[in-house]
Ligand binder design. Structure first.
Ligand code: SAH
Length: 226
């Protein structure tokens, strides 16, 4: 092998390791330190290459404790928020999960590491396309993407064991409640798009829907199609 090839392989290997190190320390300091306890969530966060879900110029910040811009006025959520929203739905291996707001695809990939099937809906066509390519490139064959207004959920594949909404809605879209399975959980930021919103946990038990406020959050707005 030529020395330049060896050098390139070495550099690739070294970079992969530094990203793995960054992920391990992200999980320890940002997640375990703040009480994320679900082992499958922690494992997924150690595994998914977050730097592959952000634009090139943001890659070096990929493991920092904050959201990052992904273009089209949208953001990839802070790692802690992704982990919290994953843990709170108590993900199980045989789950079918609906996500509204694909964005970069990162949250969907984290879910896809744990559950059987992820269905994700994105209203911005360019983001839906990019995410679909990313899932393909990274081998997430259990994620299905659609460009649509997530207000209506994804009827074709309903009902879902859990629903994760990553854009702030002024109220909980009724179609999402009806597409939630009996015993299912939905996590959704609710409130005015220009103020602080509240992260809500919605549960459907014996046909009744209960909601619980978790904590204040700030998400990009849930927009509506024309
Ligand atoms: N889960 C994403 C975070 C994306 S930010 C990630 O891991 O990167 C929220 C996303 O919701 C944005 O991409 C925005 O375009 C999308 N969105 C807003 N309103 C929507 C709607 N009605 N239906 C589907 N997607 C919507």
């Amino acid at each position: 092998m030529k020395p330049t090839c060896i050098l390139i392989l070495f550099l690739i290997g070294w970079q992969t390791d530094t990203y793995q190190e960054q992920r391990n320390s992200m999980v320890a300091s940002q997640l375990e330190n703040r009480n994320i306890r679900d082992e499958s969530t922690l494992q997924a966060m150690r595994k998914v290459p977050r730097h592959r879900f952000v634009p090139k110029e943001q890659q070096r910040y990929a493991y920092e404790d904050r959201p990052l811009p992904i273009g089209y006025g949208q953001t990839i959520s802070q790692p802690y928020m992704v982990a919290f929203m994953t843990e709170v739905i108590k993900p199980q291996k045989d789950f079918k999960v609906l996500e509204i707001g694909t964005g970069s695809g990162y949250q969907a990939a984290v879910l896809a590491e744990i559950v059987d099937k992820v269905y994700t809906v994105e209203i911005v066509p360019e983001l839906a396309n990019q995410a679909e390519k990313r899932f393909e490139g990274l081998g997430y064959s259990n994620v299905k993407t659609i460009e649509a207004d997530g207000y209506f959920g994804w009827e074709e594949f309903a009902p879902f064991d859990a629903i994760v909404v990553t854009a702030a809605a002024e109220f909980i879209p009724p179609p999402l409640i009806s597409q939630l399975k009996e015993g299912g959980k939905m996590v959704i930021p609710v409130g005015s798009p220009f103020l602080v919103q509240t992260l809500m946990l919605v549960e459907k038990k014996k046909g009744k829907t209960t909601t619980k406020s978790l904590f204040p959050v700030r998400f990009v707005p849930f927009t509506r199609g024309n």
